[in-house]
Ligand binder design. Structure first.
Ligand code: FE2
Length: 208
């Protein structure tokens, strides 16, 4: 087949997150960066027996294999970006409700303590990467940053609940070097708690 991995659709219009993320940023980030990872991964998969794998099994198959680092980076970036787009919604922000809200309060102390931890991890992630909220195998929520294309989906230990991209291409056109301002906007105006709650519910069902 000619198309091995398809660029997943953006779940909203390219101007839907403005003014917090401009149409210009989203059109570059989705149309150039995300698409670029798809094109590069497909180029590397051309003629490979790995081309039959779905995206997550592919990422897990090549994770940790130094000779396939380029394929890992591009495949992981495809998954990470799709998860990031869904971690935001037009009119997002605010606070979670229901079971996820209770769990955040119990594992972090309070919602405010969670946002502080999340912002510190995002702002403190040196260079390019992501900031994640995950459910660990011990049944606890935790927050951490990962470098470059690294992703919790590369193994089965932690289940991703929410992420934000902290590569400069995410925020530079709108916030220049002010990553903390971008993280404030993400938490206050963009984060999609319904998506996070659905991921949390699914993760609970799997471990129950
Ligand atoms: Fe990105």
């Amino acid at each position: 087949k000619s198309v091995m991995i398809e660029l997943p659709p953006l779940p909203y219009a390219q101007d839907a997150l403005a003014p917090h993320i401009s149409k210009e940023t989203l059109s570059f980030h989705y149309g150039k960066h995300h698409k670029g990872y798809v094109d590069k991964a497909n180029g590397m998969l051309e003629g490979s027996d790995l081309a039959t794998l779905d995206l997550v099994p592919l990422i897990r198959k090549v994770a940790g294999d130094a000779s396939r680092k380029g394929l890992f980076n591009n495949a992981a970036q495809i998954w990470n970006h799709d998860f990031y787009w869904h971690s935001m919604s037009p009119g997002g922000g605010g606070k979670p409700t229901g079971a996820l809200a209770d769990k955040i309060a119990s594992d972090f102390g309070s919602f405010e303590a969670f946002t502080k931890t999340f912002k510190e991890a995002g702002a403190g992630q040196f260079g390019s990467g992501y900031c994640w909220l995950v459910l660990g195998p011990d049944g606890k929520l935790k927050v951490y940053g990962t470098a470059n294309a690294e992703t919790p989906i590369a193994d089965t230990r932690d289940t991703p609940i929410l992420t934000t991209d902290v590569w400069e291409h995410t925020y530079y056109l709108d916030y220049q070097n002010r990553r903390p301002d971008y993280l404030d906007a993400f938490l206050e105006n963009l984060v999609n708690w319904e998506f996070a709650a659905a991921n949390f519910e699914k993760a609970n069902l799997q471990t129950a």
